[in-house]
Write a protein of this length. Structure first.
Length: 807
């Protein structure tokens, strides 16, 4: 029976080539979008799932108005000691430079004289492998990282430095052979779906051995990433609620600090490791995380496209009821049951969907490189290596076929045999309205996607062109890898300024678009004015180089000795501190400096607020101070700069730092990279919009051709009675334009609400422009008219004798 269903289905597909092609193309494009998004979502949801019992691993974060990931180093082992439900814990941290920027190290194999720059290095506790399940290929996980001088390498790093040799017991030198580390083990390269990555691990024991008195490892310093593993079944919320009371046994808080904790609801929060990638975007993430909102958006767009394709199939199939009515009547007269007819039509639907699925697999494979480029993924489709993928693909095809075919199967099988054998073509008004409703639904989706693409593009243009409060153009950014270069910044600046095309040079610990360290500042005579402020160490030339505006007071002057202990703050900091006349006011800065007392300084200038974070965030308080603690050199280039200017800069740089490879970027490019998520969404949305419109137009073309064929005699009679070609064109097109116009009207409030919600993610955003909706509507109407234009013209100018000769 089933074989017969598919046999008949195949014959019908071959017989109706045009409509079969439209259905297969529509379903193929729709399912290809779903396949790609399924692979994308699967990858996003797989982050950190490779750890054993990943659901029991948590990161401890410090939560408040401006939450962060970093907590005190001793906290991990204290939790194991004091809470029986914590089975193990570990601390880790990148090797920070000034301003909490990752340091770059020159790592050298002395025997082979091989040197590479490395920045993906973590310092970790010896309990690292008790919490995490990263695979240790060589070495004893019970012994590694327990003494000073131990080093673990990733598999690829080991090959880079030692080739095929066994590196265990061999040494690598750091920074001009200042420190020698011994390789104790090799770990498998960190999976791409980990929320943090590293190429080398060194022990905290080593760092403490080098700096035994460093307050960085005390309860006073919130500078580490603490992870715990709970016993199976332990309640994380119960533990979380106890942490604030518990920690006061280790950290002595003043009355003012306790009051601040109460007022601002500061507390520790446990973040499940598998939730971090999609659900955490707080300060000091170890790497940029994903965004679950974009996962939802892409998933919704893909599903809407598939629904559009399914609607196409349903519409075309039910519209052809007149053509197949006699076939249905004959089958019913010969004894075919309603269920058998339904099975036949479902068989046709499933066969069409499976053919569409084959096309979808091909389209997904062909478009995968582009999709990976847009999303930043490295997805591969392994059909035969992973049978579940193949089964899932065919499962999607069968499910799509069944869902698409249910309504047509019930509709066609319900036609009465007497009506069908008489050749009567009328269907119930409810059926006609249902098909029109499906067409309206299709174009509503298309209109919404087109409008969404326009709005996202406008927001990206706004971000890229907004005045950030400083000049981001022609600004080269060179990382300071050699710490010794900090003391030579004045000499380096002098040499660089001799190069034609270089206008200004400045050293800074942090640059706009990067993370800034934060500490408390307050009016010295009013500790209750304490606020959190970002901090940046700079030289005197920073305001000239960034083209920042000083609105009160003055900038740093290299010839004014008092400026070395003075502060410059932004307008927001002055406002939040309650400084009505800020110049000359003394403020206290509680900075992290190995337990040293807070620093007092006089405010000598107020800088106009500028966006040093992404436009997702408001401008926060910012403090500038003079310190020889630079991570970056900013080089302002004028319009005459060219490739030879960059070569000259590199040549000068190598005279001051020959140990590290010269690297540079342009600040404008780095700032644009902050919005990579929005750029991905815009590209995917645009692609999906085109596909949705194409699928809707496939359906419109098919339904129009059927409609015009059924109205051929009506058109011929009207023509004989004197109707003009223009009148006939209006008659044929009017119904379609009316339905598409209704779809546009319905989509506008839906798209407006959805995009208004998306724009709430930005502190600085556009106002929705009605022109976007008007342009989208005109574009959709134009494409729809072009789709049916040939059919309309052909029907209106055909010879009426051809249609009326049988009457």
């Amino acid at each position: 029976m089933i074989r017969n269903y598919f046999k008949i289905a195949f014959r019908n597909l071959v017989k109706q080539k045009l409509y079969s092609a439209i259905n297969i193309l529509g379903l193929g494009f729709g399912m290809a979008c779903v396949l790609l998004i399924c692979f994308y979502v699967q990858d996003e949801l797989s982050y950190d799932q490779f750890h054993d019992d990943a659901k029991d691993i948590y990161r401890i974060a410090w939560w408040g108005d401006n939450p962060q990931t970093r907590t005190p180093h001793p906290m991990a082992q204290a939790l194991v000691k004091d809470f029986p439900q914590v089975s193990s814990a570990t601390s880790l941290s990148p090797l920070w430079g000034p301003g909490l920027t990752k340091q770059t190290f020159s790592i050298r194999n002395l025997e082979k004289d091989l040197t590479f720059d490395e920045s993906d290095i973590l310092s970790v506790d010896s309990t690292f492998f008790e919490v995490f399940s990263f695979e240790l290929l060589k070495g004893n996980r019970q012994k590694v990282l327990r003494g000073p001088g131990g080093l673990l390498l990733s598999e690829s790093s080991a090959f880079k430095y030692f080739g095929g040799e066994d590196p265990i017991g061999k040494q690598l030198a750091i920074n001009n052979d200042e420190t020698l580390l011994t390789v104790e083990g090799i770990f498998k390269d960190v999976p791409a779906n980990s929320h943090f990555h590293f190429d080398m691990l060194i022990s905290y024991v080593t760092l403490k051995y080098v700096n035994p008195d460093d307050a960085y490892y005390t309860w006073a310093d919130f500078g580490h990433f603490n992870y715990i593993r709970l016993l199976p079944g332990a309640d994380p919320m119960q533990l979380q609620e106890q942490l604030m009371d518990w920690v006061q046994g280790y950290i002595q808080l003043s009355k003012e600090e306790i009051q601040q904790v109460i007022e601002t609801n500061l507390h520790f929060r446990l973040q499940r490791i598998t939730d971090i990638h999609l659900k955490s975007a707080i300060r000091w993430e170890l790497a940029p995380n994903g965004n679950r909102n974009y996962v939802y958006i892409m998933t919704a767009a893909a599903l809407l496209i598939l629904i559009t394709a399914c609607v196409n199939f349903m519409n075309l199939t039910t519209s052809r009821s007149t053509e197949r009515s006699k076939e249905i009547g004959v089958r019913k007269s010969l004894g075919a049951l309603k269920g058998q007819l339904q099975g036949q039509f479902l068989g046709e639907s499933v066969l069409t969907a499976l053919l569409g699925m084959l096309l979808a697999g091909f389209l997904a494979e062909v478009s995968l490189p582009f999709f990976n480029h847009v999303t930043g993924k490295g997805i591969t489709i392994e059909y035969w290596q992973n049978p579940m993928i193949t089964l899932s693909i065919f499962g999607i095809g069968i499910l799509t076929g069944v869902v698409s075919g249910l309504y047509p199967a019930f509709f066609l099988s319900s036609i009465h045999p007497v009506i069908s054998l008489k050749g009567l073509s009328k269907v119930k008004p409810s059926g006609a309205w249902f098909r029109k409703g499906l067409m309206v639904f299709q174009f509503t989706i298309s209109m919404a996607l087109i409008t969404g693409s326009f709005v996202i593009y406008d927001q990206l243009q706004f971000i890229q062109n907004k005045d950030l409060g400083f000049n981001k153009e022609q600004l080269m950014l060179v990382p300071v890898k050699d710490r010794r270069l900090q003391k030579s910044m004045n000499e380096l600046r002098t040499e660089l300024l001799k190069i034609e095309g270089v206008a200004a040079v400045s050293g800074t610990s942090n640059v706009p678009g990067k993370q800034f360290n934060q500490n408390s500042i307050y009016k010295t005579d009013r500790p209750d004015t304490r606020i959190s402020a970002s901090e940046v160490f700079v030289d005197h030339a920073i305001f000239t180089t960034l083209d920042l505006s000083i609105v009160q007071g003055h900038g740093f002057d290299k010839d004014r000795q008092a400026d070395s202990s003075a502060f410059i703050i932004n307008e927001t900091a002055a406002r939040n501190l309650g400084l009505t006349d800020p110049i000359g006011e003394e403020i206290t800065w509680e900075w992290d400096n190995n337990g040293q007392p807070p620093v007092r300084g006089t405010v000598i200038g107020i800088v106009k607020d500028f966006n040093y974070n992404s436009l997702h965030q408001p401008v926060r308080p910012l403090l500038f101070c003079l310190r020889n603690a630079y991570n970056h050199t900013l080089i302002r280039m004028n319009t005459s700069a060219n490739a030879s200017t960059i070569k000259a800069i590199e040549s000068v740089w190598q005279k001051f730092d020959h140990r590290f490879e010269f690297e540079y970027s342009f600040l404008s490019d780095d700032l644009e990279a902050q919005y990579i998520g929005e750029q991905k969404t815009a590209q995917v949305f645009s692609g999906f919009s085109i596909i949705a419109v194409a699928i809707a137009c496939f359906g419109l073309f098919g339904i129009a051709s059927l409609n015009y064929a059924q109205r051929a005699k009506e058109v011929s009679i009207r023509k004989v009675m004197g109707a003009s070609t223009a009148r006939l064109l209006h008659l044929l097109v009017y119904d379609f334009l009316r339905l598409i116009s209704l779809a546009i009207i319905i989509s506008i409030p839906l798209a407006w609400g959805a995009m208004e919600s998306w724009l709430q993610n930005f502190t600085y955003r556009i106002t929705l422009n009605p022109l976007d909706f008007i342009i989208a509507a005109i574009a959709l109407l134009t494409v729809a008219l072009l789709t049916v234009s040939y059919l309309t013209w052909h029907t209106s100018v055909q010879n009426p004798i051809k249609s009326l000769k049988e009457e």
